[in-house]
Design a protein around this ligand. Structure first.
Ligand SMILES: Nc1nc2c(ncn2[C@@H]2O[C@H](COP(=O)(O)OP(=O)(O)OP(=O)(O)O)[C@@H](O)[C@H]2O)c(=O)[nH]1
Length: 630
C-alpha cells in the first residue's frame, strides 16, 4: 500500500492503511463490455454532500472499508481535508451487482467551488450521467443551477438526489417542487437520501445502472481515448486519466498524442479504485489511467486524444483552456531559498496545469515569479500547498487581476507591437498620459436569494460598483439577480459565494483606474503598489497605511508609511521608534534563558524582509489589501 500511495502522492497520503483493496486481486476487465459500464459524476453546490455520498458509494461497493476513518476518501490533499472542500477531481471504479449482473461504475468526484468549475466540465466530458445533489434544507443554489446546465448541455442523464434528509429542518417536499419547477424534472425521479447515515444510498446505485446509459464507445473501432485529467508522479512520470471512446489498449502499445504528435510506449495502465490498480488492458467505454513515459503534464494536455501509432483517429473536441484571472508575485523569504522554491513551484504546477508561471524580479524581494490563478481561492490553496507539501516559505504579493490599457502613444504602440496591452503587475501600470483608456475584467454574477433579501443584496452589490444589466432570468426563479461586477470587487462578495453566488467571465469594461504607490520612509515599495478605482483611492490608501502600521513592528527608528498617487501623498501613518529589549525582564541569572529569548527574537526576524532599512513581515504584502470591515 505504502508503495502505491507513496509513489503517487509522496508523503501526502497516510490514508493507504485504511484501504481494503488487495493489489494481488486480478481483474479481467474484458468481462465488462460497454453495456455493463456506467460513467457518472456527482455535481452539486459547495457543501451539499458530494464527497460524503462518494464515501458511502465506495463503502457499499467494497472499494473501501466501513470505518470512521474513511471520511472524504476522494479528498486526498491535506488542504482539501483541512478546508473541507474538494479541489481536484478524483476517479474511482466500483463493482456493483444488480439484476444478477456485475457492473463497472466509474465515479468521478468534482469540486464545488466556482474557482474550480473547469474541473467539473472536464469530468462531465468523460460521463454519460450525473447525480445532481441538492441539500434538503438549502434547496437549489447558484452552483446547482450552473452545474445542472453544464450537464444538460452535454446531454447527460441527470438523477436528482436530495441529500441530508436526516436534518431536523430538512424539507424534501419543497426541494422536489423546486427541482420540478426549475429543471423540469418530474418529482418522482428525485431520490431522498442521507449520505451521512447511508439512508437510501443503495437506491442511488440502482438508479445509476437503470437510468444512466452505457458509454457510446465501440469496441471494434481503433483505440481512441480522451485525456480528462493528469498528475505527475516523481518516479513514473505523468499519470493520465483517460476515458476510452473506442478499441482497447495494453501494456507495450505505442500510443500517439493527437495534440503534439509525440509517440509513447504504454508502461502501465489500469483502474483507479480510487488508488491505482494495474490491469492487463483497458477496453472501450472504460475509465482508467495510463502511464506512458510522459515527462511533463504539458505533454498530457487535458482534452487531448490518444490513439495507436499505426491507427490515427479523428481527435475528440477537447476543452477550452482555463484562463488565469488573478495574478500575484511569489518570492522566497531569502534569496538562498530560490532554488528550493523553484523546484517546489515546478512540482506543484506539474499537477495543476491551470497555474501560469512567469519569472519576475523586484528590487526589494529579489528574483521570484508572477503566477496566474483561476481565482482567489485557487491562489490561497496553491500557497497553502506550497507551504504544507513542499515546506516552502514564500512571500506572496497582493493579488491583482489582468488589466488592459489602450495605448495612445505611437512610440509605445510600436514598442509593444499592439495598441492594447495587458498588465498583470501593478508596478508596470502605464501612466495616464500614454493611455487613452483602461479596461478591467468583469464577471456576470448570478445571485439566488429569497425576495426579502433582494434589496439588501442589490445595495451591497451597487456599493461594489456592480451594474445591473437588466436581464431577467428565465422566469423560473423570480429571485435571480444578475450583475456585472468588476473582478477586483469579487473578494468583497466572497461571503455570497458560499451561499448562492455564481459567476462567469464576461469580458472587459472601461474603468477609471490609477496606480497607487506605497512609500516606506519616502522609498516607494514596488511590491506594495496597487491599481485602484479612482473614486476608491483615498479610502484604499488610508486603509492600506493603517494595515501596514498594524503589521510592521516598531523598530529602532520612526517609519513613515505613505500612500501616493504620482507625487501626491494621499494618506500617512507613522510607526513610532521602539527598541524591544527581550531581556528586559531577565535580571541577572540564567544565561540559557537569555540565549533562548535571543534565539526566539532572531527567529522572528527571519520572517521579516528588509526593505531599505525597514523590516517588513512576509504577511504584510498579502495582508495589505485585506479589508478590516468584514
Ligand atoms: N446531516 C447531514 N450532514 C451531511 C450529509 N451529507 C453530508 N453532510 C455534511 O455536510 C458537509 C459537507 O459535506 P461534503 O461531502 O464535504 O460536501 P461537498 O459537496 O463534497 O463539498 P465540496 O467538495 O467542498 O464541494 C459535511 O460536514 C458533511 O458531514 C447528510 O446526509 N446529513
Amino acid at each position: 500500500f505504502g508503495r502505491i500511495w507513496g509513489r503517487k502522492w509522496g508523503r501526502l497520503c497516510p490514508l493507504n492503511y485504511f484501504f481494503q483493496i488487495s493489489t494481488s486481486e486480478s481483474i479481467d476487465l474484458s468481462k465488462f463490455p460497454v453495456d455493463k459500464i456506467r460513467n457518472f459524476s456527482i455535481i452539486a453546490h459547495i457543501d451539499h454532500g458530494k464527497s460524503t455520498l462518494a464515501d458511502r458509494l465506495l463503502e457499499m461497493t467494497g472499494a473501501i472499508a466501513k470505518t470512521d476513518k474513511n471520511k472524504q476518501v476522494l479528498d486526498k490533499l491535506q488542504v482539501e481535508r483541512e478546508r473541507g472542500i474538494t479541489v481536484k477531481a478524483q476517479t474511482a471504479s466500483l463493482f456493483y451487482s444488480h439484476h444478477g449482473q456485475q457492473y463497472l461504475l466509474n465515479l468521478i468526484d468534482t469540486p464545488g467551488h466556482v474557482d474550480f468549475s473547469y474541473e467539473v466540465s472536464r469530468s462531465i466530458s468523460a460521463c454519460q450521467g450525473v447525480l445532481l445533489i441538492v441539500d434538503a434544507n438549502q434547496g437549489i443554489q447558484a452552483q446547482t443551477v450552473a452545474n445542472f446546465y453544464l450537464a444538460f448541455e452535454a446531454q447527460l442523464a441527470i438523477i436528482p438526489v436530495i441529500n441530508k434528509i436526516d436534518l431536523r429542518n430538512a424539507d424534501p417536499e419543497r426541494v422536489e417542487s423546486q427541482i420540478e419547477k426549475v429543471f423540469d424534472i418530474p418529482r418522482e425521479e428525485c431520490i431522498r437520501i442521507s449520505a451521512k447515515l447511508g439512508t437510501n444510498v443503495e437506491t442511488v446505485l440502482k438508479a445509476v445502472v437503470d437510468r444512466i446509459p452505457p458509454p457510446l464507445a465501440c469496441p471494434n473501432d481503433p483505440f481512441k481515448a480522451l485525456v480528462f485529467d493528469s498528475c505527475f508522479d516523481h518516479y513514473r512520470g505523468v499519470v493520465t486519466n483517460v476515458a476510452l471512446f473506442g478499441g482497447q489498449v495494453k501494456k507495450g502499445d505505442r500510443i500517439v498524442s493527437a495534440h503534439h504528435s509525440k509517440t509513447y510506449e504504454v508502461n502501465e495502465l489500469g483502474l483507479l479504485r480510487p488508488d491505482e490498480h494495474p490491469t492487463q488492458r483497458l477496453y472501450a467505454g472504460q475509465v482508467g489511467y495510463i502511464i506512458a513515459g510522459m515527462k511533463d503534464v504539458k505533454e498530457a494536455q487535458i482534452g487531448d486524444t490518444l490513439h495507436l501509432q499505426d491507427q490515427p483517429v479523428e481527435a475528440l473536441p477537447g476543452f477550452k483552456p482555463a484562463k488565469a484571472m488573478v495574478f500575484a508575485g511569489m518570492y522566497p523569504m531569502d534569496q538562498s531559498e530560490y532554488p528550493g522554491l523553484r523546484s517546489a513551484i515546478e512540482r506543484l504546477t506539474l499537477n495543476d496545469s491551470s497555474v501560469t508561471v512567469q519569472r519576475d524580479s523586484s528590487l526589494a524581494l529579489g528574483a521570484g515569479w508572477r503566477l496566474g490563478f483561476l481565482g482567489l481561492l485557487h491562489m490561497e490553496v496553491f500557497n497553502q500547498r506550497l507551504e504544507q507539501e513542499h515546506n516552502a516559505s514564500v512571500i506572496v504579493t497582493a493579488p491583482t487581476v489582468p488589466y488592459k490599457a489602450i495605448l495612445s502613444s505611437a512610440k509605445l504602440i510600436k514598442e509593444h507591437g499592439s495598441e492594447e496591452i495587458t498588465i498583470v503587475n501593478p508596478a508596470q501600470f502605464p501612466d495616464r498620459g500614454v493611455v487613452s483608456e483602461y479596461l478591467e475584467p468583469v464577471v456576470l454574477g448570478t445571485i439566488l436569494t429569497p425576495d426579502s433579501y433582494t434589496g439588501k443584496i442589490m445595495s451591497l452589490c451597487l456599493v461594489r460598483e456592480a451594474r445591473y444589466p437588466g436581464i431577467q432570468a428565465q422566469n423560473v426563479f423570480k429571485e435571480t439577480l444578475l450583475f456585472f461586477i468588476f473582478f477586483s470587487s469579487l473578494k468583497s462578495l466572497e461571503f455570497l459565494i458560499l451561499h448562492s453566488f455564481d459567476y462567469e467571465n464576461a469580458g472587459y469594461q472601461t474603468a477609471e483606474l490609477i496606480k497607487m504607490d506605497i512609500l516606506l520612509n519616502g522609498n516607494p515599495v514596488e511590491e506594495l503598489a496597487t491599481v485602484v478605482h479612482r473614486n476608491r483611492a483615498y479610502s484604499t490608501g488610508k486603509s492600506m497605511c493603517e494595515r501596514l502600521k498594524d503589521t510592521i513592528p516598531r523598530q529602532m527608528f520612526e517609519i513613515a508609511v505613505q500612500a501616493a498617487i504620482g507625487s501626491k501623498i494621499i494618506a500617512r501613518e507613522t510607526i513610532k521608534a521602539y527598541r524591544k529589549n527581550v531581556l528586559a525582564k531577565c535580571y541577572g541569572g540564567d544565561i540559557t534563558r537569555k540565549m533562548k529569548l535571543l534565539k526566539k527574537q532572531a527567529e522572528g526576524k527571519k520572517k521579516m524582509r528588509l526593505i531599505g532599512r525597514v523590516e517588513v513581515p512576509k504577511d504584510a504584502f498579502i495582508n495589505v489589501l485585506k479589508r478590516k470591515d468584514k
